[in-house]
Structures are given as C-alpha cells and as structure tokens.
Design a protein around this ligand. Structure first.
Ligand SMILES: Cc1cc2nc3c(=O)[nH]c(=O)nc-3n(C[C@H](O)[C@H](O)[C@H](O)COP(=O)(O)O)c2cc1C
Length: 180
C-alpha cells in the first residue's frame, strides 16, 4: 500500500485546509497509508544550528523518505504560501551531512501534490509559488492541483464547503497519488 504524507500548511485549529485534508483522506478510500506530519517542533532554520541536526528535523526527513508521496494542503498568505511551510521546505533542501551536496535530499524526486483553500483567487498565487519552490528543490510536482475559492457561508461558519467540481478535483489528485 502506498504511503502518503499529509502536510497541512496552516497551524489554525479549525483550518479550512485541515478540513480539506480530512476530506481528501476519505477520497483515498483506504487505498493508501496516510500519515499526518506533525511539524510543531521543527525549529526555524538557522545555519548555526544545522549540525548536529535537530531531532525534529531528523524525524521530518524520515517521514518524507518513508513516504511514496506528499500531499500539501495550504492556505494562501499574501499571494504566496505561509512562512512555516517555507521553513519546512528549506530544511528539506539542505544536505543531511555537512557540505554533502552530492547525496540527494529526501525531497528530490518525491511526488508532491498541492491543494489549497482560500479566498476568491482559490490560492492560485500560493500554488504557483509553491510549485516554483518545490521544482527548485527538485521535487516531482504533480500536474493535478486543487484550488478552492471558499463560499461566503464557509467564512461565516468556519466550515469547509466543497463544490462538486472541488470534490472531483480532489478525487483526481487522490487517484494520481495512489498511482505513484
Ligand atoms: C497573513 C495572512 C495573509 C493572507 N493572505 C491571503 C491571500 O493572499 N489570499 C487569500 O485567499 N487569503 C488570504 N488570507 C486569508 C486566508 O485565506 C484565511 O485566513 C484562511 O482561513 C486560511 O486558511 P486556514 O483556514 O486553512 O488556516 C490571509 C490570511 C493571513 C493570516
């Protein structure tokens, strides 16, 4: 069974993107072994503290290595992706041993799917910039993406509401990931 690592790019308890990840897990229909990344202990990257590698970063890299694919669910912050997500990716881009730039990092070649729920632009700016960053660090960004423009009712109730088209799009991503 394929192992898929879920990464939610929001720290908010009632996050729409977390709610979307819950829906996405259901769409995998038990055909994948889903693990949710807990990155609360990953420190801000400081090159003075890269080695010895912080324990939470070791676990982050192991979680990526052990997965066949990663599925990111992220809000858009100011037309881009949140800083804590950038911090995770910066850690994943760095060598695991000092000056070892020859050994590929855990994210190189890893299949990554991107979904985002937010305002009217449906996280388009966020997804474009995240795609650029992931491509830069040599991840294999899947072409299927989901961008959800949340309806007014979601904003007033804090409840994720997905259209049929949103669901179809998430399902296409789930199917693509199972095929990885
Ligand atoms: C710092 C910040 C910047 C934001 N910028 C955008 C934005 O550029 N586009 C957008 O659609 N929503 C923006 N929002 C609103 C988020 O879409 C909204 O807070 C959403 O609930 C975040 O997703 P979450 O519920 O998964 O945490 C921003 C929110 C914050 C906190």
């Amino acid at each position: 069974m394929k192992k898929i690592l879920f990464v939610v790019g929001s720290l908010r308890g009632e996050s729409f993107n977390r709610q979307m990840a819950v829906e996405a897990e259901k769409m995998l229909g038990g055909e994948a072994d889903v693990r949710w990344l807990d990155y609360g202990a990953v420190p801000m990257l400081n090159q003075d503290n890269e080695f010895p590698t912080p324990e939470a970063v070791v676990r982050l890299r192991e979680a990526v290595t052990e997965s066949n694919a990663v599925w990111i669910f992220t809000p858009e912050y100011n037309g881009s992706y949140p800083g804590h997500l950038k911090n995770l990716l910066d850690w994943l881009s760095r060598p695991e041993k000092p000056m070892d730039y020859a050994t590929p990092t855990s994210i190189v070649g890893k299949a990554v799917a991107i979904s985002g729920a937010g305002g009217k632009a449906a996280t388009a700016g966020c997804r474009a910039k995240l795609t650029e960053m992931l491509t830069f660090i040599r991840a294999n960004v899947l072409p299927e993406q989901t961008g959800v423009a949340l309806p007014p009712e979601s904003w007033s109730t804090n409840r994720l509401i997905l259209s049929d088209a949103d669901r179809q799009s998430l399902q296409a991503q789930a199917d693509a990931l199972i095929g990885q």
